[in-house]
Design a protein around this ligand. Structure first.
Ligand code: AMP
Length: 302
């Protein structure tokens, strides 16, 4: 029997402006990106909530690669999570213009039987209260991958810290790692995340790749070299989703397997940044992800 991966997180509509163009009402959200990436590798269930404005075609898009969306609640009277963001000239900084959590305001995840017994759990970026509720509802004792972002570090710091202690892998970007750990140097920040109780931590550094802090050692994976950057939104969620999918499909979660999964995560993320929403990732598919993962492995050789 194959391991199941449960993904909890936001399912959103995004308005995005980048130096390469803009998109409105693009399918986004941490769970959407992660589920699309993970379902190339493993059986996936998605848990989240959408409003009455959520298009059937977008639900079909989430389910197209076989993801089970039966735990996605539809609140007909509410509006889907909305986020809008703007990237500055060099793509390196992003400003959140607006976050409307809408139907996530008082959301309590309700997990069906298959989800509750999933062996792997990706707590994608969403409020720590929602993440905790999903984790507490699990009947299995899953391998937990925890993602978050600056907003939650600022407004829900204490509950987030409690969750960090329960994470097998904590995934954050470099500035979030510094903010969460209180360190100014990225390496000290990674070490700090382990001291906070995460069993291992991945610190992402965008176009420069990602670092793994693990009791068995330190590792760094480069990013796949992308020349046509269009929209970095969702790169982190795609990385987390592909990594979780690969670990779930192999079932082994040691230092070596996490390193391998990071190469695939980097490959998948490189496709997300080449289009708005997850268009490129969906179009190009598994063959291209694996080709890029091989390239990432080769780049790392000396
Ligand atoms: P990333 O670029 O990997 O940080 O992910 C961006 C995605 O996360 C967008 O599609 C947004 O809809 C979603 N998002 C933005 N802010 C939040 C938030 N505070 N909680 C959950 N999801 C968010």
């Amino acid at each position: 029997m194959k391991n199941r991966l449960l993904i909890v997180g936001s399912i959103a509509y995004d308005n995005i402006q980048t130096p390469s163009g803009s998109a409105e009402w693009a399918l986004g959200g941490s769970a959407s990106y992660a589920a699309l990436a993970a379902s190339f590798f493993a059986p996936v269930s998605v848990c989240g909530i959408v409003g009455g404005d959520f298009k059937d075609s977008d639900m079909a898009r989430l389910a197209r690669r076989g993801a089970d969306v039966s735990d996605v609640e539809v609140d007909r009277g509410g509006e889907t999570f909305f986020w809008s963001g703007k990237y500055h000239d060099n793509f390196s900084s992003r400003e959140t213009l607006e976050t409307r959590v809408n139907v996530y305001e008082n959301y309590v995840p309700k997990l069906g039987g298959a989800s509750r017994s999933a062996e792997f759990l990706l707590l994608g970026n969403i409020g720590p209260d929602v993440q905790k509720c999903a984790l507490d509802s699990m009947k299995s004792d899953p391998f937990v991958i925890l993602d978050t972002m600056d907003l939650w570090i600022e407004i829900a710091n204490a509950p987030l810290r409690e969750l960090v202690k329960r994470a097998d892998i904590l995934i954050v970007n470099d500035s979030e790692a510094k903010k969460l750990s209180g360190e100014r140097n990225v390496i000290r920040a990674g070490d700090g995340l382990l001291r906070m109780g995460a069993k291992s931590a991945i610190v992402k550094a965008g176009e420069y790749g990602a670092m793994l802090f693990h009791p068995d050692g330190f590792f760094a994976v480069p990013a796949y070299p992308v020349r046509e950057l269009r929209d970095p939104t969702g790169a982190g969620d795609t990385f987390a989703g592909a990594l979780a999918g690969v670990l779930s499909s192999g079932g082994q979660t040691g230092f070596r397997q996490i390193k391998e999964a990071m190469a695939v995560g980097a490959a998948a993320a490189s496709m997300t940044v080449e289009s708005f929403s997850s268009d490129k990732l969906e179009e190009a598919g598994l063959g291209e992800i694996l080709r890029r993962a091989e390239c990432v492995r080769k780049i790392s050789e000396i």
